[in-house]
Design a protein around this ligand. Structure first.
Ligand code: G6P
Length: 489
């Protein structure tokens, strides 16, 4: 924004995402308290400074009454947030159903839920209709808040129908759409019954962004194979109109982590943890409790490591922070019980009267505790089965300035494209390979750790969330300006 001098021009940015960066809790008829929510997109956009940005999204709560809605709207306005009110039925069909039970697993190569396959097929149409209705509700809130010249940046798989709604309303709106998940190979994508309608809608945007070049390439091939359109090096062309498609890898606000490590409260946490785990190496996993994160596979790999390396049994601990998420979706409920069962079995098998090998927590940690944990960790395990980017890997590296711990990273996370040179890359499905990598990481020489850290640390501290947002919005402005020039000539 500084580069473009946009602050001077007072260009406004409307960020539209399913979830607002805060979640709301009702404290009385017209009283609300707000809490920062978890999730990659939230942490990334929190890092963006110096923009006149407003957020439009769902506050994660059902507010059927007008008094409550008015009060919440007022409370959120203080945080530059504008709510979209979704009733329970829409949330059930659009969010739990179409978004989290259909698009999310499909985009992460997990297909449709096995047991529910037929039920999902039967419910598909009503869920897709609810998805379109919900997208229209988000678009309506955008119209109410739109001023000419605003940039509208729609985020993620929840809002693939938005670009069409917005451009149908006003063709001159500047619309960008960004996907935070992988975009799968067109062979997977083309199984989706609503495949063409969604692609055509996304193509209404002026600029379409992905975290990696591969996801962008998959999207362009889906457009060429399914819609028969022409893919160029710039994007997708349809009857002379170009939709720009490009990769914009996200980052974090690394300074925020570095600053936190200097705080007395965080230093105190670090001391406590160091004392608590003295004599043991600390391995860490921080994930939303989601099937894409490969938590059961990670824990099974740790079990294999313990099995094959009995001399390590009381010298290492795995701390797994599993943040509860989408708890109304049956697949997520099953995953929780599965993980508990595996952790219980392994702790029963390898635990002693005084120590257990796995500390598993079903909750999130506050920011300071998380930074301290990152700082004392010797080995971080990010073993997602698929992941759009994965910012935990970035956050860990940012907090490792002095310890220079090792990152074990799934080759199926977008972050592998940027941190691959410094991390130990693994196929998370291969638990023997992950167990071997654990041993390698725990016994790595300080020279090798230093060398690997020298690859990753500069990347994480220079490719920030703020750069990411600036680059996307610059590119969107330029794309629209070029398109206007082309139509004039
Ligand atoms: C992923 C998605 C985000 C989402 C987050 C948390 O990172 O890309 O769009 O907000 O998960 O999931 P939830 O369903 O709780 O919003």
């Amino acid at each position: 924004f500084r580069r473009l001098g946009l602050r001077g021009m007072k260009q406004r940015l409307l960020v539209v995402a399913n979830r607002l960066p805060v979640s709301a809790n009702r404290r009385g008829e017209d009283q609300w308290s707000l809490e920062i929510s978890a999730g990659g997109l939230v942490s990334a956009l929190l890092g963006v400074k110096d923009v006149d940005a407003k957020w439009i999204g769902w506050a994660g709560v059902n507010v059927p009454d007008e008094v409550g809605q008015r009060a919440l709207t007022r409370t959120l306005a203080e945080k530059r947030c504008i709510p979209v009110f979704l009733d329970e039925e829409i949330v059930h069909q659009y969010y739990n159903g179409y978004c989290n039970n259909i698009l999310w697993p499909l985009f992460h190569y997990l297909g449709l839920p096995q047991e529910d396959r037929l039920a999902t097929t039967r419910n598909f149409e009503s869920q897709f209709n609810a998805y379109k209705r919900a997208n229209q509700m988000f678009a309506d809130v955008v119209y109410q808040n739109y001023q000419e010249g605003d940039v509208i940046w729609c985020h993620d798989y929840h809002l693939m129908f938005m670009p069409k709604c917005l451009k149908d309303h006003d063709i001159n709106m500047k619309v960008g759409w960004f996907l935070h998940t992988p975009f799968p190979s067109s062979e997977i994508y083309r199984t989706l019954p609503s495949r063409s309608e969604l692609l055509r809608s996304v193509l209404c945007a002026d600029l379409v962004g992905f975290h990696t070049y591969d996801y962008a390439r998959h999207f362009v091939s889906a457009c060429t194979r399914i819609l028969g359109l022409e893919g160029t090096h710039e994007g997708v062309e349809d009857q002379g109109r170009l939709t720009r498609v490009a990769a914009f890898p996200i980052g974090i606000d690394s300074e925020r982590f570095k600053r936190a490590l200097e705080l007395t409260a965080v230093k105190r946490h670090i001391n406590e943890l160091t004392h608590r785990f003295a004599g043991r190496k600390v391995m860490l996993g921080v994930d939303r409790l989601d099937m894409i994160k490969g938590i059961p596979q990670k824990i099974l790999a740790f079990e294999k490591f313990l099995e094959e390396n009995p001399d390590w049994n009381d010298k290492v601990v795995l701390l797994q922070i599993a943040v509860p998420t989408r708890t109304d979706v049956p697949e997520y409920q099953k995953l929780t019980s599965q993980v508990h069962e595996i952790v219980g079995r392994i702790n029963g098998r390898f635990g002693t009267l005084t120590a257990v090998p796995i500390h598993h927590l079903d909750r999130s940690l506050d920011f300071h505790a998380l930074c301290a944990l990152y700082a004392v960790t010797d080995v971080a395990l990010v073993t997602s089965l698929r992941d759009g980017m994965n910012l935990v890997s970035y956050e860990y590296v940012a907090c490792q300035g002095s310890r220079k711990g090792v990152l074990i990273l799934s080759e199926f996370a977008g972050a592998a494209q940027s941190l691959g040179a410094g991390a130990i890359l693994v196929n998370p499905w291969n638990i023997t390979e992950v167990a071997d990598s654990i041993r390698h990481a725990l016994t790595m020489s300080s020279d090798e750790r230093e060398k690997r850290h020298r690859h990753n640390y500069p990347h994480v501290t220079t490719h920030t969330a703020q750069d990411w947002a600036e680059t996307f919005v610059c590119e969107l402005n330029e794309t629209v300006a070029e398109a206007q020039l082309r139509t004039r000539h």
